[in-house]
Design a protein around this ligand. Structure first.
Ligand code: HEC
Ligand code: HEC
Length: 172
C-alpha cells in the first residue's frame, strides 16, 4: 500500500517543481521572449515623442547613457521627475538586451558605437537594414530610421519576426 502513496507524492513534488520552473523562467526571461507588455510609466513617458523602444533593443549601458542625458536628448529636453526616472532606469536595466533571447536582442546587445546612444547607429542595425534605400526611411509614412513600428508590425512586442515585416502602403 505504500507504493501508490509514494507515486502520488512524487507526482505532486514533480508537478510543484514543474510549475515553479515555469514561474522562475518567466521571471528571468530565459524563455526567449520579452515580457508581453511594456511598463506603463515607460510607455507613457518614453513613447510621448516617438515609438516606445522595447528595452531589449539595447544593452543596459546604452539605456543608462540615455537616462543620464535626458535634458539634452537628441536636441530635445526629455527630463523626468526623479521618481519616474528612477522607476524607468530600474525597468530598463532589468529588461535590457542582456536579459532577452530574441534575434534583435542578440544582435543589438553589442554596441561598437560607444559615443552614440542611437539603436540605429549600431553596426548591427545598419547591417540588417543595408539594402533599404534612404528614401524609404524618409518617406512620409515612415519618417525616420527609428520608427521601427512603421515597418515591423510586431515592434512593440520586441520580437521583430521576419514574417511581421511590411513596408507601409505606397512606400518602396
Ligand atoms: C520630448 C520628446 C522626447 C521624449 C519625451 C523622449 N524622446 Fe527619445 N528621442 C527624441 C528625439 C527627437 C529623438 C531623435 C529622433 C531622430 O532623430 O530620428 C529621440 C531618439 C531616441 C532614441 C534613438 C533612436 C534611434 O535612432 O536609434 C532612443 C533610444 C530614445 N530616444 C529613447 C528614449 C527614452 C528611453 C525616453 C524616455 C526616458 C525618450 N526617448 C523620451 C525625443 C524624445
Ligand atoms: C523602413 C522600414 C523599417 C524600419 C523603420 C525599421 N526596419 Fe527593421 N527591417 C526592415 C526590413 C525591410 C528588414 C529586412 C531586411 C532584409 O532582410 O534585408 C528589417 C530587418 C530587421 C531585423 C532583422 C529581422 C530578421 O529576422 O532578420 C531586425 C531585428 C530589425 N529590422 C529591427 C529594427 C529596429 C529595432 C528598428 C527601429 C530602431 C527597425 N528595424 C526599423 C524594415 C525596417
Amino acid at each position: 500500500v505504500a507504493r501508490p502513496y509514494l507515486a502520488a507524492a512524487t507526482a505532486l513534488v514533480g508537478g510543484a517543481a514543474a510549475s515553479l520552473g515555469v514561474v522562475l523562467l518567466s521571471d528571468v526571461l530565459v524563455t526567449g521572449l520579452p515580457p508581453a507588455r511594456l511598463d506603463r510609466t515607460y510607455a507613457a513617458e518614453c513613447g510621448a515623442c516617438h515609438f516606445a523602444y522595447p528595452p531589449s533593443l539595447a544593452p543596459t549601458a546604452t539605456w543608462m547613457g540615455i537616462m543620464d542625458h535626458l535634458d539634452a536628448h537628441f536636441g530635445e529636453d526629455a527630463s523626468l521627475d526623479p521618481g519616474a526616472a528612477g522607476a524607468i532606469r530600474a525597468y530598463l536595466a532589468a529588461n535590457s538586451a542582456e536579459h532577452v533571447d530574441t534575434l534583435a536582442a542578440n544582435r543589438l546587445r553589442v554596441t561598437d558605437e560607444p559615443n552614440s546612444l542611437r539603436i540605429t547607429a549600431t553596426a548591427a542595425w545598419q547591417r540588417m537594414h543595408q539594402d533599404i534605400p534612404a528614401r524609404v526611411f524618409a518617406a512620409r509614412q515612415v519618417g525616420s530610421r527609428g520608427a521601427c513600428n512603421a515597418c515591423h508590425r510586431d515592434a512593440t512586442s520586441g520580437r521583430f519576426a521576419p514574417q511581421a515585416i511590411e513596408l507601409p502602403k505606397g512606400v518602396s
